[in-house]
Design a protein around this ligand. Structure first.
Ligand code: NAD
Length: 329
């Protein structure tokens, strides 16, 4: 009998990659999401289109004991979605409802171990003011002061999953992802994140054209390639460590540095125009000491290697859409 897995948020970026990986390992996979993934056909054996805010849907989806359960569904997006303030009520209500429903249904169906994807956005803003020296060690989380309601909801939900461990004998696993990127992620429409947005802007730029980069470009971040994220996720779920633990890269870059890297990959003469925009914290980097200690794991590839694959995929998508439009005319 094949092992079984449930992936909530399987139509999303990381969920789609996770389903592929579980299929490679021979799992029977059920995915659930509001939508199919826009960029790749799902490999799930059973894909339920459903709203995890609805308890009846959740009860139908979690109708058995799975060998592995991954809860990645959330109302999320890049800085343009999270930091403007316009989506705060939706973000908090939707994601908290999903987590409350999914976790409780798992508990009632005896699914004792659920993976939950929290975010580096839950770390206190005051530890991330210095772009050269941000502190994102796991034990720096309290006193809490995330810079967005998205971060506050993540903090609430990671505590929820761990409370079920303490009170109901569950063995949930909590990771804090740091800026995951790669092919088959959102790259246009307002919910895309910096690496994909840079690739799109550079790929579309005409010779000599400037691309817009939000802020002064000196804010720092680290970015983790999606295959590494999936590897860390699976390892954590199968380990005896509950977390919360960072899953991220320690290769920190400035946002202008990231833009320059993409321009170099594309081989273009594009220049950067820094403009005001929604930003988030001044500096953020993963701190991988705990995951290294507990799981003996660290990401293995450079930012550049991941950005090359991502640029190739996004410029290919742009070309594909262009050809489709030309054929339709
Ligand atoms: P994503 O937006 O691509 O995937 C989330 C999926 O959840 C989407 O497909 C969405 O349709 C689905 N969803 C939203 N509301 C739903 C609902 N009511 N019912 C069913 N499905 C619903 O995001 P992602 O980048 O794949 O992120 C996956 C998880 O990792 C999220 O929980 C996110 O907060 C977390 N995370 C991601 C990053 C990152 O850099 N990508 C960083 C930190 C944390």
């Amino acid at each position: 009998m094949a092992k079984t897995a449930l992936v909530c948020g399987a139509g999303g970026f990381i969920g789609g990659h996770l389903v592929k990986r579980l299929k490679q390992e021979g799992f029977w996979v059920r995915g659930v999401d509001l939508k199919f993934n826009e960029h790749a056909e799902t490999e799930a054996d059973d894909f339920v289109i459903g709203d995890l805010r609805d308890q009846l849907v959740v009860r139908d989806v979690i109708d058995r004991k799975f060998d592995e359960v991954y809860q990645l569904a959330a109302d999320m997006g890049g800085a343009g979605y999270i930091f403007t303030g316009e989506n705060d009520a939706d973000i908090m209500h939707n994601s908290a409802t999903i987590n409350l429903n999914v976790l409780d249904a798992c508990y009632k169906r005896n699914n004792k171990r659920v993976f939950y994807s929290s975010s580096a956005c839950m770390y206190p803003e005051h530890n991330q003011l210095d772009p050269d020296n941000p502190n994102c060690a796991e034990d720096s989380a309290y006193p809490a002061n995330p810079d967005s309601e998205y971060g506050w909801e993540k903090l609430f939900s990671e505590r929820l999953f761990l409370a079920y461990n303490r009170n109901f004998g569950m063995q949930n696993r909590v990771a804090r992802y740091h800026n995951i990127f790669g092919p088959e992620g959102t790259w246009q429409g307002g919910k895309e994140k910096a690496p994909a947005a840079m690739c799109r802007k550079v790929a579309l730029a005409s010779p000599g054209e400037m691309i817009e980069v939000w802020g002064d470009g000196l804010q720092t971040r680290s970015f983790l390639y999606v295959d590494e994220c999936v590897e860390g996720t699976i390892r954590l779920l199968r380990s005896d460590f509950e977390g919360p633990v960072n899953i991220g890269s320690e290769e920190m870059v400035t946002i202008n540095g990231l833009a320059e890297m993409v321009i170099d990959i594309a081989g273009k003469d594009t220049r950067i125009n820094n403009i005001p925009g929604p930003l988030g914290v001044r500096g953020r980097n993963s701190d991988n000491r705990l995951i290294q200690e507990k799981l003996g794991w660290a990401p293995s590839q450079s930012l550049r290697a991941g950005m090359e694959k991502t640029y190739d995929w996004i410029s290919g998508e742009i070309q594909r859409l262009h050809n489709q439009r030309a054929a339709a005319e």
